[in-house]
Ligand binder design. Structure first.
Ligand SMILES: Nc1ncnc2c1ncn2[C@@H]1O[C@H](COP(=O)(O)OP(=O)(O)O)[C@@H](O)[C@H]1O
Ligand SMILES: [Mg+2]
Ligand SMILES: [Zn+2]
Length: 351
């Protein structure tokens, strides 16, 4: 898997630029803080960074702030067999007993490293009792202990916990950083794509490095090389195309288009998202909002809003449908059932 194979192993490889600089500064500082809070959306590098951090502070051959990735400690951490790095998933270990066990662990001296590093993932899942038990240890941890709490939901953490940690904000993956990651992977995989190709993947990755790496892997497996093919794959091919057919109220052509899209392996989730985005813009235009470079669709206000509602329902149904194209086909059928297939322009303007 690309996203595991190319998981960053050094600080320099962290493509999340804001985080990279912050982590560098922390590791260079004379007094290393003992508690950290890594906050950010999924797939932005919290776990990867926590492991790099654990290596950096425990590396035998540390010449700079970077871990060497070759010494016994670095190798043990990489293979999750290092007794001084303890990872706990708070989603499944959230109660007071688990936290107490963890606190007991902090009283032991490191076996082979300099620090015992406790990485608590999904930290917001810890119970109130658990947090209370953790508070004191977090405030005055033993000299040889480092805590790294990772969370996607900062607002669910008690303020008392937050205020005792150095916060590192991972945010969402920036487009330019995700592109750097994709290029780092393709250079090593000896793949070569146009710049637009990378931007398009980054745009469809939900701001997640992990998702972007997954798309790239699928695309390379499918031997997709051109931007046009990538558009089909991502389901954004001809979104305007489909909208134009809908505007013309050509039912037969509409179903043919959807069938072809389906045959080509198009992604219906992305397709519906893109059409909704376009319809939203059309709604704004109808309300007099000026939007550059947008042409006005040949649909009335009520048609646009009805189409939006139907497509939102179709979007929900995507999760449970046995046939991917069906929700969209039903939505369009309902749309045409109410909207007369051919109506004169004058009549339509009265809508
Ligand atoms: N900053 C980054 N630079 C490069 N790749 C990244 C970065 N952050 C995440 N990734 C990719 O995403 C995958 C998941 O990252 P992970 O650290 O598990 O994220 P999180 O813990 O925030 O969900 C990694 O294996 C890696 O492929
Ligand atoms: Mg993680
Ligand atoms: Zn090392």
């Amino acid at each position: 898997m690309f996203y595991l194979k190319y998981r960053p192993k050094t600080i320099a490889e962290l493509d999340n630029s804001r985080v990279r600089d912050q982590i560098k500064k922390i590791l260079e500082s004379k007094n290393l803080p003992h508690a950290y809070l890594f906050v950010g959306q999924k797939g932005t590098g919290k776990t990867s960074t926590a492991r790099i951090f654990a290596k950096a502070v425990n590396c035998f051959k540390r010449s700079s702030i970077e871990p060497c990735n070759h010494c016994a400690n670095c190798l043990a951490i990489a293979s999750s067999s290092f007794t001084d790095v303890i990872e706990m998933d708070a989603a499944s270990n959230r109660g007071i007993e688990e936290v107490k066990n963890l606190i007991r662990e902090t009283s032991f001296l490191p076996m082979s490293g300099k620090y015992r590093v406790f990485i608590i993932d999904e930290a917001h899942m810890i119970t109130t009792d658990g947090f209370n038990a953790l508070l004191k240890t977090l405030e005055e941890p033993p000299e040889t202990v480092i805590f790294i709490l990772a969370t996607t939901n900062l607002e669910k953490l008690p303020k008392t916990i937050v205020s005792r940690c150095v916060k590192v904000n991972f945010g969402k993956g920036l487009q330019k950083d995700i592109i750097s990651m994709l290029k780092r992977i393709t250079i090593q995989e000896k793949l070569n794509y146009q710049n637009d190709f990378y931007s398009l993947i980054a745009k469809h990755s939900d701001y997640s490095f992990r998702d972007a790496a997954k798309i790239l892997e699928e695309v390379s497996m499918q031997k997709i090389k051109s931007v046009e093919k990538l558009e089909v794959f991502l389901g954004i091919r001809g979104k305007s195309n489909l909208l134009e057919i809908i505007e013309a109220k050509n039912a037969k052509k509409t179903y043919e288009w959807v069938e072809e899209f389906s045959q080509n392996g198009g992604n219906f989730k992305n397709l519906i998202e893109d059409i909704l985005e376009e319809l939203r813009i059309q709604l704004l235009i109808k309300k007099g909002v000026k939007i550059e470079d947008e042409k006005t669709a040949d649909l009335t206000f009520s048609e646009i809003s009805r189409l939006i509602k139907l497509l939102m329902e179709a979007y929900q149904l995507l999760r449970s449908t046995p046939i991917e194209s069906l929700p969209l086909e039903i939505a369009l059928t309902e749309f045409y059932n109410v909207s007369p297939l051919v109506i004169p322009n004058e009549a339509r303007d009265l809508n």
